[in-house]
Design a protein around this ligand. Structure first.
Ligand SMILES: C[S@@+](CC[C@H](N)C(=O)[O-])C[C@H]1O[C@@H](n2cnc3c(N)ncnc32)[C@H](O)[C@@H]1O
Length: 235
């Protein structure tokens, strides 16, 4: 491990806005803050938004800055990336920001029923060969249903046309109409945070000339999402 990473890890151990369970692979026992993030971590009753695979946490920090009446937690397995967002939030005195270092697969061990109001999935790995591992697969959407309020808004912003069109097909098969969907965000007339905040990976993809896609939809807590047959083709 590089010296730089070791220094970041050492510094991050004292960050009050970072939660890192000792064993990041976790043993599937519910975490002590489960159901209590608002009371015991943020000390308020404001709604909670998650950014999954947050990397440096541009959405976590940017949304928190825009909306002091919301709580925001970025989740990623990579500590050195989380360090950037956590440090920036501390420097800006944003006390409505937290970072959790864990695997998203364990999310229901960290959050309780109805604890989460909104989820952003930003430039997730499209997992071309492992449909179930896509962060918008039926498997993950059903995991989110467990921890979200009914009608929670899910945002997917990605350069991956596979992930975008797969998610659209999955939603359509399950009778879910996106609130908004575009396969070229910056050519669309969309106005809002999805165009105002750009992530580290997004800037790289834009520099490569890639188009950015974006969609949002509402998740019904009472209706399980059913997976579709293998979807591997990019239109
Ligand atoms: C392509 S990067 C995007 C990072 C950031 N959202 C951005 O747009 O710059 C994907 C991120 O997801 C994280 N990630 C992927 N699978 C994960 C999982 N199962 N649990 C936690 N983090 C995961 C990776 O560590 C990585 O930081």
């Amino acid at each position: 491990m590089s010296k730089n990473k070791l220094a970041k890890f050492a510094e991050m151990a004292d960050f009050k806005n970072v939660v890192q369970p000792d064993d990041v692979s976790f043993d599937r026992t519910p975490y002590i803050l489960r159901g209590k993030w608002r009371d015991d971590f943020f000390h308020n009753a404001n709604p909670l938004t998650l950014e999954l695979g947050c990397g440096k946490g541009e959405y976590t920090v940017g949304l928190a800055k825009n909306n002091p009446s919301g709580n925001y937690i970025g989740i990623d397995i990579k500590g050195a990336r989380i360090w950037t967002g956590a440090k920036s939030a501390l420097e800006q005195n944003l006390d409505n920001v937290g970072f959790l270092r864990t695997k998203i697969d364990l999310i229901d061990k960290f959050f309780d029923q109805d604890e989460v109001s909104e989820i952003w999935v930003t430039f997730a790995d499209p997992q071309p060969k492992k449909q179930n591992k896509r962060l918008t697969s039926a498997y993950f959407l059903n995991l989110y249903r467990k921890i979200c309020v009914n009608g929670a808004r899910i945002h997917l912003k990605t350069d991956s046309r596979l992930l975008h069109f797969y998610t659209k097909a999955l939603l359509e098969a399950n009778g879910i109409t996106p609130e908004f969907a575009t396969d070229d965000l910056y050519a669309s007339d969309f106005k809002g945070v999805a165009v105002e905040i750009q992530t580290f990976y997004e800037k790289m993809f834009l520099a490569e000339g890639k188009k950015i896609t974006y969609l949002t939809f509402l998740l019904d807590k009472n209706k399980p999402v059913v997976e579709i047959p293998k979807f591997v083709e990019e239109p």
